[in-house]
Write a protein that binds this ligand. Structure first.
Ligand SMILES: Nc1ncnc2c1ncn2[C@@H]1O[C@H](COP(=O)(O)OP(=O)(O)OP(=O)(O)O)[C@@H](O)[C@H]1O
Ligand SMILES: [Mg+2]
Length: 468
């Protein structure tokens, strides 16, 4: 950690010297000034982390200096020192943002402790701010990409639901962005400066999940050597996201229902229930109504959870978002990997648009991340995409196969397929031959054949005019 900078402001040279010596001995970078004017000038030139400031001084007094320092930068911590301690000056100093207040003659050991504590708190404040900015970057609604009408409706719903305390149930296949939405709801809620805690209900055994969610007392079960608060307590005042809630056992479903109804948690091995104030959000990629029919999910819990429902469409049903999501991920990974990829070729984009994305946005993100790693620049080409994506995208979809009509000959079908593929590859014969699984020579021969047929008046319509 960088050496912390302390500025001492005192009109008594003896105090300046004493404090400078002691604090240098503690490893701080120490400077001193005998009056307010000089202190402010020194602070302006090189912002200190902490100022030790006398109150009674000729010229500007300590309270004025404190006010000006805080105006210069609220990050500067100030500890006031005075021989003329009065309650009023202490109150004024604290109101103006002083971190602490010590009487002269200063007890050096006490001063050292107060300095460590003040700098520690300042560091925590800075870390907290940085973390909050990061969370804001990740979970701000502006960072969720989408312009498909279904996504625009979801954005509206987030804005409406976020300020309320309602529970939210988010349906959607894996990787559609459920966690992102839950994070955005928390981030735009009045609870945003309190924790957002996530628990995956499918990842661990029932016993572990129970203690993970509701906590346990020391000795509650074999191996419980220490008491554990549980995620609900950690999320107190904030929000909790229960991922894959359908995977909870009946016992835990009952306990969760109690949290939602009574706002109390029962720790494992605990004697008394503990009050909690947590907004609950849950995700599922199973149909909970079907689970209720099968007796696997409690109906009363379903109604408690399902106050607001957000149903996420899979990516294949909002393919119009693929180009902007792609741009978003190109920018993201350019920054992360310090690259300067401008974008993606038309051919590669067509491939992304044709693919069915069973892993949804997460899979697209991984595919772009991989492409950025492999792409020497400036544009992502088809060769930089995952082979699985390229091969599957090249295969005709079930839809197209259904369009094949009985009565057409194999030769006609072959011709149709060859021209469709050429159209798809923008008449790149090498690529078309690859996609068709034939040699370039065979493709050339076929095209010559079709040309001769056409010249003899046997060719049919749309293909015959293509410049291949
Ligand atoms: N609309 C979007 N805009 C930007 N990034 C997105 C979007 N949707 C999803 N992502 C990104 O895709 C990845 C997967 O999203 P997320 O974790 O929210 O999905 P999920 O539905 O919770 O998945 P799972 O069911 O597997 O838990 C994340 O990295 C997320 O940032
Ligand atoms: Mg998730």
């Amino acid at each position: 950690m960088a050496q912390k900078k302390i500025l001492i402001v005192d009109d008594e040279i003896g105090i300046q010297n004493l404090l400078t010596r002691v604090l240098k001995g503690e490893g701080y970078d120490v400077r001193s000034a005998g009056n307010g004017g000089l202190a402010l000038k020194m602070a302006q030139e090189d912002l200190p982390d902490l100022v030790l400031c006398d109150i009674k001084m000729p010229g500007k007094d300590g309270i004025e200096i404190l006010a000006e320092l805080k105006q210069m930068s609220p990050k500067i911590e100030v500890i006031m020192l005075t021989a003329y301690s009065t309650v009023e000056s202490a109150v004024t100093a604290m109101k103006l943002g002083a971190a602490d207040y010590l009487k002269k003659p200063v007890d050096i050991e006490e001063l050292k402790i107060v300095i460590v504590k003040t700098l520690g708190i300042a560091e925590l404040k800075r870390e907290n701010l940085a973390l909050r900015q990061q969370v804001g970057l990740r979970y701000g609604i502006d960072h969720i990409v989408g312009k498909d009408p279904q996504m625009l409706k979801i954005f509206d719903l987030i804005r409406t639901v976020a300020p309320t305390p309602s529970t939210v149930l988010i349906h959607g296949e894996s990787g559609t962005g459920k966690e992102l939405i839950a994070g955005a709801i928390h981030h735009h809620s009045p609870r945003s400066n309190k924790p957002f805690v996530k628990v995956n209900c499918a990842a661990i055994s029932e016993e572990l999940l129970e203690s993970e969610l509701f906590g346990h007392e020391k000795g509650a079960f074999t191996g419980a050597v220490r008491a554990n608060e549980g995620k609900f307590m950690l999320a107190d005042g904030g929000s909790i996201l229960l991922d894959e809630v359908s995977e909870m056992s009946p016992k835990l479903q009952a306990k969760l229902l109690r949290v939602l109804q009574e706002k109390e948690v029962d720790k494992v091995g605990g004697r008394e229930p503990v009050k909690v104030d947590v907004r609950v959000m849950a995700t599922t990629n199973r149909n909970l109504e079907e689970q209720i029919q099968k007796g696997a999910f409690r109906e009363d819990l379903y109604y408690r959870l399902n106050v607001v429902t957000i149903a996420f469409p899979p990516l294949r049903e909002r393919k119009g978002d693929i180009p902007i999501l792609t741009r978003h991920f190109v920018e993201k990974y350019n920054k992360e990997m310090n690259k300067k990829i401008h974008g993606i070729s038309r051919e590669a984009e067509q491939c992304l648009l044709r693919y069915h994305w069973p892993g949804n946005v997460r899979q697209l993100e991984n595919c772009i991340e991989r492409a950025i790693v492999l792409c020497p620049g400036p544009v992502i080409e088809i060769d930089h995409l995952s082979p699985d994506v390229v091969q599957a995208a090249m295969r005709p979809s079930g839809q197209e196969i259904k369009e094949i009509q009985a009565g057409i000959t194999v030769a006609e079908m072959e011709k149709k397929l060859i021209f469709e593929t050429l159209k798809y590859t923008q008449y790149n014969r090498t690529r078309a031959a690859e996609m068709l699984g034939i040699s370039i020579r065979t493709l050339r021969n076929k095209l010559n054949e079709y040309r001769s047929e056409e010249a003899a008046g046997e060719g049919y319509g749309p293909f015959s005019t293509q410049a291949c």
